[in-house]
Write a protein that binds this ligand. Structure first.
Ligand code: MG
Length: 309
């Protein structure tokens, strides 16, 4: 059994106690001042100031209280160590897309796949979205959305530019959206609970939770983080496909609005098209369909000035 031991200061220990108060259990062993039991982790606090985390979730729980996050021993990507049978468990996964595209929204999806549904979801063709084309994902997503408890959030450009200009980083925006999407799915699931929640990691756990610390409802229980999470459980792969589908739908809408095909990415080809749109429809219009703070904007303005003089 894996375990982690941290030596903590009294004020930190108080925080640990209140965090796990809901899961408190009575333990009369010598030297023990507090004990709590989660599904996969036992937390024991000793008089000496040592806090012991035991069980498959020990690394995850210990990392909540560690100033330097605990690195995994083995994993596909960076992040938490997952139980060996992880891919067959009931997992709520989340992922986002659109963060690097000059045009269009950021979309985040969360999706629950129970252990009974894992085979079916694989049957539907779900795999790492990087191995699937946009056209394939357009066809697959509606089936997944009809079959699985999910939530998908679309942050359109106007709103994105507004909060970005008020100082919100993309990291904060993403963290809030993931938390929101996970919350929605948990609500839809009612009394059913996922064994784990897996977030495709874009920030270390501490940074993620710092971004959302002022939220009323923060999803923490059994949350794991890993990069390349799409390869670790089909729930994240399905979430990724649903997020991509929502992104493509919004790109379709922008294409109609601008009356020209809106490109993905942030390349110089994207700048050229953006410049054309600027000249035809004006700055405000271009702003309303792009992530305005991207370096592309300055390049677009340069292109326009070149054309004018
Ligand atoms: Mg991702």
């Amino acid at each position: 059994m894996s375990n982690e031991v941290l030596l903590m200061k009294p004020n930190e220990i108080e925080k640990v106690k209140s965090h796990y108060m809901k899961f408190k259990v009575n333990r009369s062993a010598p030297g023990v001042v507090f004990a709590a039991k989660l599904v996969d982790t036992t937390i024991t606090i000793y008089k000496s100031g040592k806090v012991m985390f035991q069980g498959t979730g020990s690394a995850r729980e210990a990392s909540l209280w560690c100033t330097t996050p605990i690195k995994p021993a083995t994993s596909v990507g960076k992040g938490d160590v997952l139980p060996p049978n992880f891919s067959s468990l009931s997992v709520l996964g989340s992922d986002e897309t659109g963060t690097g595209d000059y045009f269009g929204p950021i979309t985040v999806a969360a999706c629950f796949v129970s252990s009974e549904q894992v085979a079916l979801v694989k049957e539907l063709g779900v795999k790492d979205s990087k191995m699937l084309t946009d056209d394939v994902m357009r066809k697959m997503a509606p089936d997944l959305m009809a079959t699985l408890a999910h939530s998908v959030l679309v942050l359109k450009n106007e709103k994105y530019n507004d909060i970005q200009s008020r100082g919100w980083s993309q990291g904060k925006i993403k963290a809030l959206m993931h938390n929101q999407a996970l919350k929605h799915v948990l609500k839809k699931m009612g009394s059913e609970k996922p064994t784990y929640i897996l977030i495709d990691q874009f920030a270390e756990r501490g940074i993620y939770y710092n971004h959302i610390k002022t939220e009323k409802e923060i999803i923490r229980e059994n949350v794991l983080f890993s990069t390349k999470a799409e390869q670790l459980h089909v729930s994240v792969a399905a979430a990724s496909i649903i997020a991509r589908y929502a992104f493509l739908k919004e790109m379709d809408r922008l294409t109609e609005k601008a009356n020209t095909t809106i490109p993905k990415g942030a390349s110089s080809k994207v700048d050229e098209i953006a410049a054309k749109i600027y000249l035809k429809h004006g700055e405000e219009f271009l702003k309303s369909i792009t992530k305005w703070h991207f370096a592309n904007t300055q390049k677009v303005i340069k292109l326009i000035n070149k054309k004018r003089f």
